[in-house]
Write a protein that binds this ligand. Structure first.
Ligand SMILES: [Zn+2]
Length: 87
């Protein structure tokens, strides 16, 4: 009877320790990866400019600017001058 109690006690301790270790691991994982990653494309920062040729948003410092238009690349600036997109 004492042996049985001892075995049960060991199993109980094992289960308790396992429960806490998995909970700690889950907490660590939750801390590492945020539950709500920033949604892409929904809100565009103020310093982003839209390419007038393809519609892609690029940071203002990387954008190619001309008189009235902004472009994501030099290719799109040249393409826009040759053939503006029909809209
Ligand atoms: Zn573009």
């Amino acid at each position: 009877m004492r042996t049985l109690f001892l075995i049960l006690a060991i199993i109980a301790i094992y289960l308790i320790l396992r429960h806490f270790s998995t909970r700690l691991r889950k907490d660590a994982e939750a801390a590492k990866s945020p539950r709500h990653p920033p949604a892409m494309g929904k809100d565009i920062p103020a310093n982003m400019l839209k390419c007038d040729y393809c519609g892609v948003h690029v940071p203002a410092q990387e954008a190619i600017r001309s008189e009235k238009h902004n472009f994501c690349s030099l290719e799109h600036k040249l393409s826009f001058k040759e053939q503006p997109p029909q809209r």
